[in-house]
Design a protein around this ligand. Structure first.
Ligand SMILES: NC(=O)c1ccc[n+]([C@@H]2O[C@H](COP(=O)([O-])OP(=O)(O)OC[C@H]3O[C@@H](n4cnc5c(N)ncnc54)[C@H](OP(=O)(O)O)[C@@H]3O)[C@@H](O)[C@H]2O)c1
Length: 253
């Protein structure tokens, strides 16, 4: 099995890479921090290829994808890289953060999948996995850019799934709740059902194996997400306004 993973230098991507390597997979590990990727590759069983690049550089991403494809067929592509930054629309300077979050979380996912669809169609098999978030189910306070990017990601992945309906390709959307990674370690609020990254990876791989169209991990957060969708706006607004929020990047230490 050959797997291409963005965001492999940390958190969920690293946990997925570790779990797949233990299953004997050959990996392409993508992230900006070469040293972290090389250290990870060296620590894993098997032979893996490191591509240190910024996923906002579409040409570099395609070059890596085509290089990995030239070495063999690719079974699974996981677009996991992402960023979360607190934003407030009233601060005009936050517009740059909106662009960064949308470009990284949504457009770079599109760019990640692009090179793989034609070869997967030719083989009549392959799985495209997008890591979205429960944060896209409703607009979270202080996280307008992040919530919008993840709502867009979930919807994009659904369109992609329908576009590929007449093929044997699978599109798997995974919406994590709260998982213990560097992204969440400084969140100044309670994180219900907080899960460890290795447990997340196990559950995610089960969903990928099944070709599941949409999975929330952990499942308890899936129940919450379903309920949240149907809570009337006045009730949602009241509780969401009172809840904790991600600080703006300007106010971070
Ligand atoms: N942790 C959670 O509770 C949670 C919940 C819901 C959704 N998610 C989603 O899960 C995914 C992974 O998050 P995480 O918790 O594992 O966060 P993390 O530990 O901060 O890891 C983020 C990963 O994305 C990579 N990345 C970010 N920007 C990049 C860029 N421009 N170019 C290349 N790589 C880039 C980082 O690599 P480099 O820094 O080396 O470039 C890193 O490997 C994200 O999409 C996130 O939104 C996480």
């Amino acid at each position: 099995m050959r797997v291409f993973i963005t965001g492999a230098s940390s958190g969920l991507g690293q946990a997925l890479a570790t779990a797949y390597a233990r299953q004997g997979a050959q990996l392409a590990l993508i992230g900006r921090r070469r040293q972290k990727l090389e250290k990870l590759a060296a620590s894993l069983p098997g032979q893996h290829t490191v591509y240190a690049l910024d996923i906002m550089d579409r040409a570099a991403l395609h070059h890596a994808a085509n290089d990995f494809l030239a070495r063999g067929d690719v079974d699974i592509v996981i677009a996991c890289a992402g960023i979360s930054i607190g934003t407030l629309t009233e601060y005009e300077e936050d517009f740059a953060q909106f662009q960064k979050v949308i470009n990284t979380n949504l457009l770079a996912m599109v760019a990640t999948f692009e090179p793989f669809i034609k070869p997967m169609k030719a083989r009549n098999r392959g799985t495209l996995v997008g890591i979205s978030s429960v944060a896209g189910v409703r607009g979270l306070p202080g996280s307008s850019a992040y919530s919008a990017s993840k709502a867009a990601t979930t919807t994009y992945l659904e369109s992609l799934r329908v576009d590929l309906h007449d093929t044997r390709l699978k599109v798997v959307t995974i919406a994590p709740g709260f998982i213990d990674t560097p992204m969440t370690q400084h969140n100044p609020y309670k994180m219900p059902f907080l899960m460890q990254a290795d447990a997340f990876a196990e559950a995610a791989i089960r969903a990928i194996d099944k070709g599941s169209s949409y999975t929330v991990i952990p499942w308890q957060m899936g129940v919450v997400a379903k309920l949240l969708k149907w809570v009337p706006n006045p009730v949602y607004d009241y509780f969401a306004f009172k809840s904790g929020r991600k600080p703006r990047s300007d106010s971070l230490p």
